[in-house]
Design a protein around this ligand. Structure first.
Ligand SMILES: CC(C)(COP(=O)(O)OP(=O)(O)OC[C@H]1O[C@@H](n2cnc3c(N)ncnc32)[C@H](O)[C@@H]1OP(=O)(O)O)[C@@H](O)C(=O)NCCC(=O)NCCS
Length: 267
């Protein structure tokens, strides 16, 4: 059966087109893709703040704690930025209290008419993790815990619920490529996005992939290495590719005489 036709979403940023647009100056491209705001003031402010990104040790933590809020949309109390945290379109990034953004993370809120990235209180974002918007939005709700080397891509809306535990190397792919035509490469066929919702209390095991348009119900567990395609019911345990439900946690809890347990925080 041929794949269902989906229209190209022209709002999704295509980086190659932006980078090699000959009508724009290098400065204009940098401002569009990195700073996100026009004017020399915005550019200079961004450049000065970025100087703090590579400063090591306690001095770096102190400087970033003071300087990053100057370009970010909103920053609460006790927010820690590790070394080499990259910001893109920082004015569209809002961060609540008691948040850790670990070393080498990239917070990219790029887009022309998106709201950007919202990070709730108590969230931990592990090192090397990339939050990447292409004109989409990413919401990490309170106390979500993202392990090392995760990626969240959004060309629509990707939400990670409260108390979600995302193990290392998980990838939420909140966008897709069209591939109906066979006369030109997939790369040239346009983009589409439906978004992803990961419900409160979910545990995604290491190396899980969640494809665009999927919904993981609250308190579900997805086994290591699974690929989620579509909907997973709440409290389910699902494993494999594509992820299939192997049991319901509530029946286990009932059998053991207890209710559903919250996930244990990971490394
Ligand atoms: C899914 C998981 C929680 C176990 O769930 P469970 O319901 O207790 O699973 P069981 O061990 O009873 O296994 C049920 C079936 O699923 C299979 N299975 C379990 N985990 C699997 C996985 N990750 N991938 C594929 N199959 C898996 C088992 O082999 C078993 O198959 P069988 O019925 O044919 O024998 C666990 O295997 C897992 O993947 N944990 C994630 C670990 C992780 O990534 N930690 C990172 C630190 S935060």
């Amino acid at each position: 059966m041929p794949p269902a036709e989906r229209p190209h979403d022209p709002r999704i940023t295509v980086i190659q087109q932006e980078l090699f647009d000959e009508k724009k100056s290098k400065v204009a491209k940098y401002q569009d893709l990195v700073v996100g705001r026009p004017g020399w003031g915005a550019l200079l402010g961004f450049e000065l703040v970025t100087l703090a990104s590579w400063v090591p040790g306690a001095l770096g933590l102190f400087l970033r704690g003071k300087l990053y809020p100057l370009v970010l949309g909103r920053v609460g109390r006790n927010v820690v930025f590790g070394v080499n945290v990259t910001l893109r379109h920082p004015h569209k990034i809002a961060i609540a209290d008691n948040v850790v953004i670990d070393d080498q993370c990239c917070l990219d809120a790029k887009g022309t008419d998106n709201r950007g990235i919202v990070i709730g209180s108590g969230v931990f974002v592990g090192r090397n993790t990339i939050l990447s918007c292409k004109n989409g939005d990413i919401v990490l709700d309170d106390r979500a815990n993202l392990g090392f080397n995760c990626e969240i891509f959004s060309a629509s809306t990707v939400r990670v619920g409260k108390d979600v535990l995302m193990a290392a190397y998980t990838y939420l792919v909140g966008g897709d490529h069209l591939y109906d035509r066979v006369d030109i490469p997939v790369l040239q066929q346009g983009r589409t996005a439906r978004g992803i919702d990961v419900g409160d209390g979910v545990w995604l095991g290491a190396h899980v992939v969640v494809t665009d348009g999927s919904r993981v119900g609250r308190d579900a567990i997805i086994g290591a290495g699974a690929v989620v395609v579509g909907d997973i019911p709440e409290f389910a345990i699902a494993v494999g590719t594509p992820a299939r439900v192997v049991r319901d946690r509530r029946s286990e809890g009932a059998a053991a005489g207890g209710g559903p347990q919250p996930p244990v925080p990971g490394p």
